[in-house]
Write a protein that binds this ligand. Structure first.
Ligand code: SF4
Ligand code: SF4
Length: 62
């Protein structure tokens, strides 16, 4: 299945800005890695708020 929310873990600094912003609450910071992950990307509204808020451009929405 096509990925909707693509997170570049090399770039992600775990700031949590996207987690706070996401209206669907599908983004979270994984404790072990300190990196952003997506729980249920099928709920994504694809409005790209997370793309815009990420300071290091680590998120891309398909
Ligand atoms: S595009 Fe919107 S709903 Fe989808 S992950 Fe980003 S902020 Fe959340
Ligand atoms: S806004 Fe970017 S750097 Fe911050 S947690 Fe989200 S993906 Fe990682």
């Amino acid at each position: 299945m096509e990925k909707i929310v693509m997170i570049d873990e090399e770039l992600c600094v775990g700031c949590g800005a996207c987690v706070t912003l996401c209206p669907k609450k599908i983004l979270y910071i994984q404790e072990t890695s300190g990196k952003c992950k997506v729980s249920d990307e099928l709920k994504c509204d694809r409005l790209r708020g997370c793309e815009k808020v990420c300071p290091v451009s680590a998120i891309k929405i398909a």
